[in-house]
Design a protein around this ligand. Structure first.
Ligand code: AP5
Length: 215
């Protein structure tokens, strides 16, 4: 499948993407995970992105498009991909459209996961993430804690709270989402690709996607 996952921070894009990858071998491409990996590794990209991310701002479009142009042409994308956290601005959506036309790739849908704000705030303050860049498993101290507190079930690395999960950064990320990313819902409606799922259940989103693309 070839999907864009839209939704506010904490809507569950990463959680749903991980469930969808199990269905048909499509890969999850999370620009947030790629950027956090680069920050942790101290690469040039990481150095450029770090301050924006900590403040809850978006990283400049040129940096993101550079990453995505390369990533979408890697061999593991042949079976399909789930774009988690990309595109996030109208210019990114326009650039993606041009790139996909160039690569002769059609999207199946842009899935908007619509979750109430109070649920999102609660989820973000209670989320924990595996610190190992090649794992990045997602936990929640309330709904899905690791078996041993602070230790990743999958790889044994420390499970941490992200740097952008301070109350101030969360509130900035939600404002940035409303201003810059929410307009993509209309954009993809006009493109005839929008699929909106209003639910707090990740399984409901997965089932709606399965129905839509006939899996
Ligand atoms: P990114 O990593 O993409 O963060 P985000 O969009 O803010 O999304 P999140 O990862 O916070 O949330 P999610 O929707 O994936 O929710 P999750 O599944 O984890 O980006 C981080 C930063 O990188 C940005 O602020 C920006 O600076 C930069 N960046 C990234 N992409 C960029 C781009 N394209 N352009 C410019 N800058 C970019 O779930 C959240 C929690 O809820 C978890 O604890 C989970 O366990 C729990 N949960 C999920 N679903 C359920 C459920 N159904 N029931 C109960 N709990 C649930």
């Amino acid at each position: 499948m070839r999907l864009i996952l839209l939704g506010a921070p904490g809507a569950g894009k990463g959680t749903v993407a991980k469930l969808l990858t199990k269905l048909d071998g499509s890969v999850q491409i999370s620009t947030g995970d790629i950027l956090r990996g680069a920050v942790q590794a101290g690469t040039e990209l990481g150095k450029k992105a770090e301050a924006f991310m900590k403040a809850g701002d978006l990283v400049p479009d040129e940096l993101i498009m550079g990453i995505m142009e390369q990533r979408l042409q890697e061999p593991d994308c042949a079976k399909g991909f789930l774009l988690d956290g990309f595109p996030r601005t109208i210019p990114q959506a326009e650039a993606l459209k041009g790139l996909l036309t160039k690569l002769a790739i059609d999207l199946d849908a842009a899935v908007d996961i619509d979750v109430p704000r109070e649920v999102i705030l609660d989820r973000l303050t209670t989320r924990r993430t595996c610190s190992n860049p090649s794992c990045q498993a997602i936990y929640n101290v309330k709904s899905n804690p690791p078996r041993v507190a602070g230790v990743c079930d999958r790889c044994g690395s420390p499970v941490i709270q992200r740097d952008d999960e301070t109350e101030e950064a969360i509130s900035k990320r939600l404002d940035t989402y409303n201003e810059k990313t929410a307009p993509l819902v209309d954009y993809y409606r006009k493109e005839g690709l929008l699929m909106s799922v209003a639910t707090t259940s990740s399984d409901d989103v997965v089932n709606a996607v399965k129905q839509k693309i006939g899996l």
